[in-house]
Design a binder for this molecule. Structure first.
Ligand SMILES: *[C@@H]1O[C@H](CO)[C@@H](O)[C@H](O)[C@H]1NC(C)=O
Ligand SMILES: *[C@@H]1O[C@H](CO)[C@@H](O)[C@H](O)[C@H]1NC(C)=O
Ligand SMILES: *[C@@H]1O[C@H](CO)[C@@H](O)[C@H](O)[C@H]1NC(C)=O
Ligand SMILES: *[C@@H]1O[C@H](CO)[C@@H](O)[C@H](O)[C@H]1NC(C)=O
Ligand SMILES: *[C@@H]1O[C@H](CO)[C@@H](O)[C@H](O)[C@H]1NC(C)=O
Length: 322
């Protein structure tokens, strides 16, 4: 990789100069690995005081590399990064469906989604805290008073056939560990792990009153996870996502992610009124599974989810976008 200091064998005059060079560059350069472990879509450099400073591609926003980068900045980097960029994102050989769209988001000063998004066009819509559209599209007069928080995320995975079903408690343990160690999400935000072969459901729950300033947002943890299962890890040099349960690899063949907002979305379609809480985003992984757009109703009393396929949401249907 370019930029690896002093790994090639230098010629003799250079060897003599090496101590000087090191002093000049600052030993930080030789000792520090100035890259961003949690976000490879960054450009990093040492500043005057030998600190490694990393900025997100696309926004130039300075990111904190000891925690996850916000999804808004990641989407922006993804949209703005030239597709041919080296070593940034590993292109997937599989089709990727990004639901309502990969758009170029506007992020606020904390790197979070602004409530109103226009994709640098004159057509605007309101999004929730995971950046998913939750209203009809309008013109530039459209107002979005607040950023509505997505407080519940249901990740629904289907794994490839295995000789024996996974042990539920082992699976639960491994998934919680994954979210804690890899995504730095506080364990109390992993509300439940359900399993009925071959379907695994991970529920993330975090409302505004529960989230403290240092906490990773479930939106970001879910996005890093989504990219991991797609084989497009955002982590720097941490290898592929390789999840195992008691040594048995867990290969995901399909993922659906459901987002529940604190307030119902506001689509004008008739059947999207009563009881509907969230718009669903579909992620297709690995096997080119069929594309579906789903919605979820939240039955407050039973607390159960009911999946409903809504065909009319043709607008949400997108062809593979990368
Ligand atoms: C945003 O704009 C890009 C480029 O113009 C386009 O490809 C994409 O579909 C748009 N996304 C949405 C959600 O409108
Ligand atoms: C699952 O594993 C746990 C220990 O990790 C064990 O106590 C339990 O009996 C196992 N369950 C099944 C159904 O094998
Ligand atoms: C946040 O979640 C907690 C625990 O689930 C719940 O008791 C509380 O009422 C929720 N607060 C809001 C504002 O939804
Ligand atoms: C970076 O994130 C870590 C973990 O959340 C936090 O402890 C630290 O204060 C943050 N650093 C800055 C400069 O914000
Ligand atoms: C620098 O970081 C990269 C990516 O994390 C890693 O592959 C490499 O071994 C590191 N080099 C040093 C000298 O630590």
């Amino acid at each position: 990789m370019a930029g690896d200091p002093g790994l090639a064998l230098p010629s003799r005059p250079l060897l003599l100069l090496l101590p000087v060079l090191l002093a000049v560059i600052g030993h930080a350069a030789a000792q520090h690995n100035c890259t961003c472990p949690t976000n490879k879509m960054t450009v990093c450099e040492l500043d005057g005081r030998g600190r490694c400073l990393c900025r997100a591609l696309g926004s130039n926003f300075e990111v904190n590399c000891s925690t996850l980068t916000s999804k808004c900045l990641l989407l922006k980097a993804r949209v703005s990064a030239p597709k041919t960029a080296r070593g940034l994102v590993r292109p997937s050989e599989h089709a990727i469906v990004d639901n309502d769209g990969l758009y170029n988001p506007d992020c606020d000063h904390d790197g979070r989604f602004k409530a109103r998004q226009c994709n640098q066009t004159s057509e605007c819509w309101c999004v929730n805290s995971v950046g998913v559209r939750r209203t009809d599209k309008g013109d530039q007069n459209l107002r979005c008073d607040e950023l509505v928080r997505t407080h519940h995320i249901l990740i629904d995975l289907r794994h490839r056939p295995v000789a024996r079903a996974f042990n539920h408690s082992d699976l639960d343990y491994e998934l919680r560990r994954l979210f804690r160690d890899r995504y730095r999400l506080h364990p109390r935000f992993v509300a439940a792990v359900h399993y009925e072969q071959p379907t695994i459901q991970i529920e993330l729950a975090q409302n505004s009153s529960q989230k403290t300033p240092g906490d990773v947002d479930i939106a970001d943890a879910a996005y890093y996870f989504e990219r991991d299962v797609k084989g497009e890890s955002l982590f720097q040099g941490r290898g592929d996502f390789d999840m195992r349960v008691r040594g048995e690899p867990l290969d995901v063949e399909r993922t659906l992610i459901y987002y529940l907002d604190e307030k119902p979305p506001q689509f004008s379609m008739k059947r999207l009124t009563a009881g509907l809480i969230a718009v669903i985003v579909v992620v297709v992984v690995a096997l080119a599974a069929c594309i579906a757009v789903l919605v979820i109703t939240n039955r407050r009393r039973s607390g159960k989810y009911k999946k409903v396929e809504i065909k009319e949401l043709g607008e949400l249907r997108k062809e593979p976008s990368l």
